[in-house]
Write a protein that binds this ligand. Structure first.
Ligand code: 2BA
Length: 115
């Protein structure tokens, strides 16, 4: 079987624990600072190059080292009408967002080398 690249987008608060757990399980991981397009808040993208048969082990570790808090944010989609009317309630409208523990992509790796 070939190599896969697991990309896991996780909450910043969970990243240290997750990296520790991956390292303890002998996986090599890289942590990238990233920003969610919707919330525009910092999150962490962790990339792990692994043999295909180890993907499920990595996903298990990711699933056990995350949380998904709810947060209330200002409504990012105010309608043009409410913006123009500048109603106080429109200015104060909020939405509740619950991110997942992690968003994971698994990609085929054409080549993996440590030089
Ligand atoms: P954000 O884009 O900041 O999204 C954070 C959370 O906001 C999402 O959690 C989801 O609960 C909510 N959300 C996002 N877009 C929304 C929308 N158009 N309407 C209503 N609610 C929305 P997750 O889905 O767990 O995503 C967490 C982070 O994972 C995202 O941060 C983004 O950085 C990444 N992500 C999620 N899906 C992705 C995808 N298909 N491609 C690339 N990155 C993705």
């Amino acid at each position: 079987m070939g190599m896969k690249l697991v990309m896991a987008i996780v909450q910043n608060d969970d990243a240290d624990d997750l990296i520790d757990a991956l390292t303890a399980a002998d996986f090599r991981a890289t942590r990238l600072a990233s920003t969610g397009g919707f919330l525009r808040q910092g999150n962490t993208t962790i990339i792990v190059g692994v043999p295909a048969e180890a993907v499920n082990d990595v996903l298990n570790i990711v699933a056990h080292h995350g949380h998904n808090p709810k947060q209330t944010i200002p409504n990012p989609f105010p309608t043009p009408t409410t913006v123009n009317m500048k109603k106080p309630e429109a200015q104060n409208s909020t939405v509740e967002v619950q991110a997942g523990k992690a968003t994971v992509f698994v990609l085929d790796l054409e080549r993996y080398e440590r030089i």
